[in-house]
Design a binder for this molecule. Sequence first.
Ligand code: AGP
Length: 610
Amino acid sequence: MCGIVGYIGTKDSLPILLEGLRRQEYRGYDSTGIALLSEGKLVIKKKAGKLAEMEALWKSNGVSATIGIGHTRWATHGEPTDVNAHPHVDCSGEIAVIHNGIIENFAAIKKVLLSTGHTFASETDTEVLAHFIEEFNKKTGSLEQAVRLALSEVEGTYGLVVMSTREPDKLVVARKGSPLVIGYGEGENIVAADAAALIQHTRKVSYLEDGEVAVVTKDSVTIKTLDDVEINKSVEEITFELEQIERGGYAHFMLKEIHEQPETIHNAMRGRLSAEQGTVKLGGLLPVMDKLLNARRIILIGCGTSWHAGLVGEYMLEQIAKIPTEVEYASEFRYRNPIITKDDVVFLISQSGETADTLAALREAKAKGATVVGIVNSVGSTIARETMAGVYIHAGPEIGVASTKAFTSQLTVLALITILLARAKGMSAKDSAVLTRELATLPSKVAKVLENVSMIKKLAREFKDTKNFLYLGRGANFPVALEGALKLKEISYAHAEGYPAAEMKHGPIALIDENMPVVCVAPKDAIYDKVMSNIQEVRTRKGRIIALANEDDHEIDALAEFVLRVPRTYGFFGPIVNIIPLQLLAYYIAVERGTDVDQPRNLAKSVTVE
Ligand code: AGP
């Protein structure tokens, strides 16, 4: 997810572009850049790091222009470096492009362009677009046509703004899968990834739809389809206030990120999963595939939510890929002088890629000869750079301190890795296709859970003042209980403990009385009956049972005071769906308690201290 902004009008565009990027920094912030079209030439300054560092490059250099484009990046292809920052240009240096999204077939296009003599400066998919447009621009002499023809051969997603010295009176913009909004001014027009960048200039906007291309001049906006059919787009009025827009209209970033999960789970699989063929492609693991296939054991290491993801991953890898797997707290592993051999493969799971304990565990495992692999969200982060290989989870920036979408994307990537290894170790195409087809259904199943939060809001009102909660689960849903409890703890400040359901009778059952809500994760799986007997034990002690159960399970109605419903999913992938109601429960209880949901007390988004 990146921030993009373009201006064309009569004012000095630089301050407008800088402000527009500032308003979108939450969308991505690992590198930034601006291109101005001044006196017939492109002037580009771009840099890894925060916006302020790129802004400083423009100080006192006297360049002014009434047309320009700007970008703040969340890296997906190519580390966050000066060279990989946007804007990107073609060979002639006349066409500049900024892009939000993923071009899935960029490698194939790049190969053809290289064979025709194009040279590339960066590792990004976006730069390929600039050269691809250049090719069509040579043939058609029209920037608009060139953009349209290039995009008709592109697979993937884009929110795109293109500028050319040959046609200095226009911006060409296009959208597929990534947002792009056009703001209408007086003698000026502004485009951006979201309205936050426009609102101080205009509240009159049009939102491009997928497959639409617009030519934007200072006095006109012409919108067409990819196949050149003009569209009359309605002009809407922005009603949100700025800070609401940055949160996409949600009250908190955490709620926005919870609701992003159908898309982020899909993005974790995008270009990697062929549901029907039953195949998984993870190019990032190619350097270590032989190590993975011959591993004596796999060790999954992380902290907090990432450690919980590892606990689910253990079930997947052992039960499906039949690889001995262990899970370790990074902070414990690093100080225990662990017995590690060269036949061990250690996965470091981390959203931020900067967690000090996880980084130290990486270095400890590497020093002892293990193969170290990353499962990371932040591209180019320290853990991503120090591992020998890895898989990015593509969840986009996670702003809320309580991790939600990163967790489900970590689980999705662990499922992909599991299927890849199981298939390579002999699983049949038929069995693999069953799993890949199930994975492909998860975004819609998660979306279904998100559609109806009324029961969750009722529970939040019921238990907003409760001080202690128990969360129980078995098997791959035991980590779901732990994660649900952690979410509640860290944003509502209530005390909540996750336990294997069977463990309750070894002590915690003493806590049960009519004041103790007990969240029981009870999908219809192989151990459902065991969980049901644990629920009976809670019930006989008057505990207040909140069951998380499948939609078609009405046996549980007789035992539970409240039931949260989830669609059925294949056992080891179930946690990806089952965690959603527990994320929402924690969120709404915290809202009822009036805590700072996005920045809870005492916490930091990335724990870079030991
Ligand atoms: C999760 O909600 C917490 N914010 C925290 O436990 C987090 O998961 C942990 O600090 C690990 O962070 P990482 O994934 O960035 O390494």
